[in-house]
Design a protein around this ligand. Sequence first.
Ligand code: SF4
Length: 221
Amino acid sequence: MLNVAETCVGTRALGPGMRSAVWVQGCPFRCPGCLAPEWIPDRPARAVAPADLAAELLADPRVTGLTFSGGEPMEQAAGLAEVARLARRDRSGLTLICFTGYRLERLRSRPPGDGVAALLAEADVLIDGLYVAARDDDRGLRGSSNQRVHHLTGRLRDAAEVLATGPRKIEIRVRAGAALYVGVPSRALAAAYPPVARGDGRDAMTVPGALAGGAGEGSAR
Ligand code: SF4
């Protein structure tokens, strides 16, 4: 089972085309400026089987790609690799972008858990490295300029410039009185809605809700 913090079915803010995004719960890093601190603790969130999550992400027939973020996707690599495999079985041509706070070299030489090689084998693009607020240059799908956009296959090569240095997009989804910000936010937006400590030992995003991006980029990395 996967431990999922949030999903968004059908967004144009997290990579080329219409995509569905998953943010997993739990991250071993503590990047200052992480905009999704409530997704850092390794605690139970929503338990979902890979087959159910794959079906959920494909509920919109316009979806042509998936984006995995968090939290730290590599901590749940085996389950996410299975989600990608099942989704691709049901929809041909699906592309996969995956964020991670780990460096690609580390993932290959000393994978932090089961399934890392399988997830890397599914990913078309891996955006790696921790989020460094001082190097947030307001450009690209990566949150800061130290993060690298690796094209592990040729499927999203034509979007290389957009992914690395293109303009950022944010979509706002209103759900049950809170707002989910989907995408990598500009520095100005992130400053306007900083995460706050709730005071109960768990961090949470301030009103109007969660600010989710690509792995810590504004969210996970
Ligand atoms: S920015 Fe990403 S890698 Fe860093 S603490 Fe947040 S979720 Fe983890």
